[in-house]
Design a protein around this ligand. Structure first.
Ligand SMILES: Cc1cc2nc3c(=O)[nH]c(=O)nc-3n(C[C@H](O)[C@H](O)[C@H](O)COP(=O)(O)OP(=O)(O)OC[C@H]3O[C@@H](n4cnc5c(N)ncnc54)[C@H](O)[C@@H]3O)c2cc1C
Length: 597
């Protein structure tokens, strides 16, 4: 099995050439003094060392050994503890944390690149610090200063970890029906009771304390999602001097036996009147959780890219080595029994599909990370507002489209190996099992597509879509006269027109047909994603055109981008056609006829 190599060159191309971060960061007051090109590159190189040399070698065993539950305690796979210590010693947990509470305050664009490397190395491992980073974000944004002082520094340093406790046995996508409750005590704290399931990192042996962020309802709160509050419930209570106090009444009842990410402890957590502390105001819990989710959902997309990158690297190495059949144009390897797989158009189709979708996905996640940075750091009101709109619109796309493509891509990577991809040896089957969850958790991709079409596009009457559409149109206009770029601009323009017409049609038809949003959402998100990737390819091509003589890297960009536009982008037509059929084909059949004879 070839070893994972961090795609540093592509990451640096995106940061420095496509998105020109030096200029961007120099305009943002909090970042201007903090980071420059050399610092960013040094951080990426150190991140590559940690992930390729320390974390990646643990991935295979973590799948075989898994996390183990015994009497309420969870042991992580061999090597995780040591690797986690090195991760913390390197300060990686604090990379983009709030600088006032021990974080380094680095931009999300840089964090995103490091996250991808961690996900490539081992999704199971990456989930432990990832959930902590998410919990820190929610606390940094909504907790009181006293609460931040108590928890953030130890969470950034990795001494304590964090979780996100939303899901209950009967309440997954529909959090409004959760039953966990929190009753106020005389001292202002709360007693939190209920069972949460599927909690990532709910219990483990990596840290001395685990800080659970729990959603629960205070008696008398409004019914539904508006009655949910957020609480900090530490595994060990924290004394006023910051030392660890008594064990709280929160226990891990078991961990799940699951398809993949076996090294990640997916825990059943029982809260039996556990002492909790309200974060921010009552009944705002779900809003607060969404702060974290905008980051986490992008992180899920990045998780998908991380898995596909590994799948592609291994598949391409195999396609050069494995000898089967002869090229249709005559033997390429006449001194050997057969030609390598890479000569076959169908194998190239699989590899180019993976690469074109993954490089566009990396570009898209960097673009969304840029918007998150502008929301956080820009002091220009217009720029900040536009970025807020784009984050709202694009977050469900970043989560669902990237992970849908990644799952399909890992299937292609497996297929390049033929039967050898189905057996354990080459690692492809583990990638598929591990990456599958990214489509499911943090809100299923079906729910993401409803969020995009229903809550973002239709509810804003097309206003959020208009912000994005205008930006892409301006890009097209700026480069319209560039003949050399026309092979990228024309398909982008055509596909943007189709997406705009589709959006307008849906906006005017959803009133008449209440099932139309639900019936169209997944196909709509796919069209949106493919057109967004055409935009990403046009941006990457624009920076590559003049440099093809300088480095094959840029020539390859143009080949791969052209493949995308000619062979992948046309997929939008079938999705548009499916949407045009309306909700009738889905809703006509009575529910009881779904049950077979
Ligand atoms: C390994 C793993 C780790 C996880 N980690 C965490 C964690 O750390 N913290 C946490 O709180 N949760 C976690 N989860 C839970 C995860 O977020 C949920 O499983 C997910 O949100 C879906 O909820 P559900 O399983 O109850 O499915 P359901 O909500 O029952 O959905 C079932 C199906 O119906 C569809 N559906 C549901 N409602 C609608 C609707 N209104 N319209 C259209 N379609 C609908 C869904 O898209 C899905 O396809 C984890 C889950 C797993 C498996």
């Amino acid at each position: 099995m070839s070893e994972y190599r961090a795609p540093l060159k592509d990451m640096q191309f995106l940061l420095h050439e496509v998105f020109q971060v030096e200029h961007l960061w120099s305009q943002l007051p909090e970042l201007a003094e903090l980071i420059d090109k050399d610092t960013a590159n040094a951080i990426l190189e150190e991140g590559a060392k940690l992930t390729t040399e320390v974390i990646a070698p643990l991935n295979r065993n973590s799948d075989e050994q898994g996390a183990v539950w015994k009497n309420g305690e969870v042991t992580t796979p061999d090597g995780f503890k040591k690797a986690y210590q090195l991760y913390c010693d390197g300060g990686w947990g604090s990379l983009s944390g709030d600088a006032d509470f021990g974080g380094m305050g680095m931009p999300k664009m840089l964090q995103a690149a490091f996250e991808e490397m961690t996900q490539s190395a081992s999704i199971s491992f990456a989930l432990y610090p990832m959930l902590t980073a998410g919990a820190c974000l929610a606390l940094a944004a909504h907790a009181s200063t006293a609460m931040k002082t108590t928890y953030l520094e130890n969470m950034y340093s990795g001494i304590w970890s964090g979780t996100m406790c939303l899901t209950e046995p009967h309440s997954g996508s529909d959090l409004g029906i959760m039953t966990s409750k929190a009753e106020e005590n005389n001292d202002g704290s709360f007693s939190v009771s209920g069972t949460k399931i599927f909690i990532t990192g709910g219990e483990h042996d990596l840290t001395e304390n685990i800080i659970h962020l729990v959603l629960a309802k205070i008696p008398g709160a409004p019914v539904g999602p508006r009655g949910i509050s957020m609480f900090v419930v530490p595994k060990f209570l924290v004394n006023s001097d910051g030392s660890l106090g008594e064990r709280n009444t929160v226990t891990c009842g078991s961990i799940e036996h699951k398809m993949g990410i076996k090294g990640s402890a997916t825990s059943v957590m029982n809260f039996d009147g556990a002492k909790g502390f309200l974060v921010g105001e009552q009944n705002k819990g779900l809003n607060y959780m969404f702060t974290m989710m905008n980051y986490e959902r992008l992180g899920m997309g990045i998780q998908g890219i991380g898995a596909t990158e590994v799948s592609y690297q291994q598949a391409v190495a195999y396609a050069h080595d494995r000898l089967q059949g002869r090229s249709a144009t005559g033997a390429q390897n006449s001194d050997k029994a057969a030609d390598p797989l890479i000569v076959h158009p169908d194998v190239r189709r699989m590899l180019l599909t993976m690469r074109s979708l993954n490089e566009a996905g990396r570009c898209f996640s960097t673009y969304v990370a840029k918007q998150l940075d502008l929301v956080k750091y820009s002091d220009n009101v217009e720029e900040k507002t536009k970025a807020e709109h784009l984050v709202a619109l694009l977050t469900p796309v970043a989560k669902a489209f990237l992970t849908d493509m990644s799952y399909d891509n890992c299937g292609l990577g497996q297929m390049v190996f033929g039967g050898h991809g189905y057996v354990r040896e080459w690692g492809q089957e583990q990638l598929i099992r591990d990456v599958r969850i990214a489509q499911i958790y943090e809100g299923t991709n079906g729910i993401q597509s409803l969020d995009l079409l229903g809550r973002k596009v239709v509810a804003s009457k097309g206003q959020l879509f208009g912000v994005y559409q205008k930006e892409i149109s301006q890009f097209i206009e700026t480069h319209q006269a560039n003949e050399a770029l026309s092979a990228f601009i024309k398909p982008l323009q055509l596909s943007l027109t189709k997406l705009t017409e589709l959006t307008e049609t849906l906006l005017s038809n959803t009133q008449q047909d209440k099932n139309l949003v639900g019936a169209s959402a997944t196909d709509y998100l796919a069209v949106f994603g493919y057109v967004s990737y055409a935009y990403m390819w046009a941006m990457m091509a624009e920076k590559s055109l003049a440099k093809t003589e300088q480095d094959d890297f840029y020539q390859a960009k143009l080949y791969v981008g052209q493949f995308y536009l000619q062979r992948i982008l046309p997929r939008i037509d079938s999705h548009i056609q499916a949407i045009a059929a309306g909700s009738e084909p889905l809703m006509a059949m009575p529910a009881d006829l779904f049950i077979g004879p």
